[in-house]
Write a protein of this length. Structure first.
Length: 208
């Protein structure tokens, strides 16, 4: 098992907790996306415990890369982020479970064992929302020319959020949000942010 979190106290606490569980061992920890991917490739852990806020980087990107290179590794998100965008993004990227950091040790153990056995585990605080999101978004995807990340950014832009708020919501740097927005304008062939908002809302994005 591996632990990925940029907060040293949480990494130590989670490592200590796993050490008390039968049949479990932490092979290493990481603090950002490159080190998380390298750790997963080097040790091939059965489970990675993943935070979504890794400094200026997103754990969703780490999930996507790890799942691409280590498809047998299950990823259990343990995060303070409980918004729909983070939840949906993590599941779409390949996470097998999602718990909030307020979860009890028993819930965390149950989550680890579930995803290690190939099951999907969603904490009680997010389970109902996850099913609603996945069902709602099974419909045809608006703007298929956009990446999943660009659609997430466009949806929040269409809600009227500024770049700084979007960066915080998606655990991205402001520069990454600006780059995504530039790509969106080019792909949608619109002149500016205002036109992008109008186009997005016409296609159903931006609903609160």
């Amino acid at each position: 098992m591996a632990v990925v979190d940029d907060h040293p106290v949480f990494r130590l606490g989670m490592t200590a907790l796993v050490g008390t569980l039968d049949g479990m061992l932490v092979v290493g920890d990481a603090v950002d996306v490159p080190s998380a991917v390298a750790l997963a490739v080097r040790h091939d852990p059965d489970v990675v415990l993943m935070d979504l806020h890794l400094g200026q980087q997103s754990g969703i990107d780490a999930i996507r890369q790890i799942r691409s290179q280590q498809p047998r590794t299950a990823i259990l998100v343990i995060s303070m982020l409980d918004d729909d965008e983070s939840l949906h993004g993590a599941l779409r990227a390949g996470a097998s479970g999602y718990l909030l950091k307020g979860a009890s040790p028993e819930e965390i153990e149950r989550g680890i064992r579930a995803v290690a056995n190939g099951e999907v585990l969603l904490g009680s605080a997010v389970g109902g929302r996850a099913m609603r999101l996945l069902t709602a978004r099974a419909a045809p995807i608006a703007f298929p020319q956009l990446t999943e990340r660009e659609r997430e950014v466009l949806d929040l832009v269409a809600r009227g959020l500024d770049n700084a708020t979007i960066a915080h919501r998606l655990a991205l740097s402001p520069k990454t949000v600006r780059n995504n927005l530039s790509n969106i304008l080019v792909k949608l062939q619109v002149r500016d942010r205002s036109q992008a908002i109008v186009t997005a809302r016409r296609s159903g994005l931006g609903d609160a």
